[in-house]
Design a protein around this ligand. Structure first.
Ligand SMILES: [Cu+2]
Length: 374
């Protein structure tokens, strides 16, 4: 087992670690962690009402003003096999919390071709193309609305996420995430600006290299992002009481396959997250948070299972996730915590995963017609 340190708010540090291993390098590109205080979100009961709609993450149900004029554009470069997405423009006045900031509405990316998505490189730029600091990105999350998550079918398939660290989901040679022409990817982005500098006309740009699925020379294997959450299949955010907090969730794997490796996603005051295969009575990984002296999260480790050919999951295995926090603020922190072990799953039989494709929803007109018939 191999343990690597990775940056804070790591939506998936794993690809970095996997790449560094495949490149035979022993030290990942550790990044200077950003000292961003997590802004407590509103109480969980405020967040319930839209969650079941589309398996939301942390944004839905909060009473944000909606930013106007936000568009998503995509550029497909078929010579280099790269898609560039641009979401914006965003106006970000200084010293504005995520609750006060008008937030972009969800935008939808229509997949232009049958392909494997290989990597994601996010960055923030202004209208002149100059870099804007990542600290203004609270998070962005990509969800495939045409597929169900393999661990939590009540949710859309969560395929990518990034926070202020602008984590680069590096390509893992030989692996990719298969999409079909016309798939609709919902992009949920939340911004804030804890700095004293205002930014205008900001765009979130994500570069996504792809491999066309029709390429007969390609031998890309499908991997599935795996979000093992202490909240089981519910909304990921939860409250912290003052002092010690230990929360446990479970989820059942319904497919045979292997886990290639895991990273962790937690917030400030985190101590540890543990993934167990309760059926096998084995600890899969123990990830200890690294904090600064104020309790702010600096990094979570990444563990890979290459040396043993992946960690084997059997259909029916019950996974248990346990997150511990020590909230030293003396106050309760509503929705202040998350505890997610994030990895990549390689199923033994990829065709079994086709069952996760969702049936097309009836259009509004069909719904209206049906209700008139009744
Ligand atoms: Cu989080």
């Amino acid at each position: 087992m191999r343990v690597l340190e990775s940056p804070k708010k790591l939506w998936l540090a794993l690809p970095i670690a996997l790449l560094s291993i495949s490149a035979m390098a022993s030290v990942p590109a550790a990044r200077a962690a950003q000292q961003q205080q997590q802004t407590p979100a509103p109480a969980a009961h405020d967040m319930d009402h839209m969650q079941h709609e589309h398996g939301g993450f942390m944004q839905e149900g909060m009473h944000h003003a909606v930013a106007k004029g936000i568009k998503l554009e995509q550029q497909v470069d078929s010579a280099t096999h790269t898609i560039t997405l641009r979401e914006g423009p965003l106006t970000l006045p200084g010293n504005t919390s995520h609750m006060k900031m008008p937030q972009p509405p969800d935008v939808f990316w229509t997949i232009p071709l049958d392909a494997f998505l290989l990597a994601y490189t996010p960055r923030l730029v202004d209208a002149n193309g100059s870099a804007v600091p990542g600290i203004v990105l609270h998070h962005t999350a990509f969800w495939n609305t045409n597929r169900s998550d393999f661990l939590c079918p009540n949710k859309e398939e969560h395929i990518f996420g990034a926070g202020s660290e602008l984590t680069n989901w590096t390509e893992i040679p030989g692996y990719g995430y298969r999409v079909q022409h016309g798939d609709k990817i919902r992009i949920e982005t939340m911004v804030h600006n804890p700095t004293g500098t205002s930014y205008d006309q900001v765009y979130l740009e994500v570069k996504i290299p792809y491999a066309p699925a029709a390429d007969p020379t390609a031998s890309t294997k499908s991997v599935y992002p795996t979000w093992m959450d202490v909240q089981s299949c519910g909304n990921s955010g939860y409250d912290l009481k003052p002092g010690n907090n230990q929360n446990t969730g479970t989820v059942t794997v319904k497919y045979n396959g292997i886990l290639l490796g895991v990273g962790g996603h937690m917030h400030d005051y985190a101590k540890q997250i543990v993934l167990e295969d309760a059926t096998r009575k084995e600890t899969v990984a123990t990830l200890d948070a690294k904090l600064d002296e104020k309790g702010q999260l600096l990094s979570m480790p990444v563990v890979t299972f290459f040396d043993r050919g992946g960690y084997k999951f059997s259909a029916g295995d019950l996974l248990r996730i346990t997150a511990t926090y020590d909230n030293t603020t003396g106050k309760s922190l509503p929705s202040g915590a998350m505890g997610i072990v994030v990895g990549y799953f390689l199923p033994a039989d990829d065709s079994a995963m086709s069952a996760l494709r969702r049936k097309p929803k009836p259009t509004a007109r069909q719904v209206a017609a049906a209700s008139h018939d009744m």
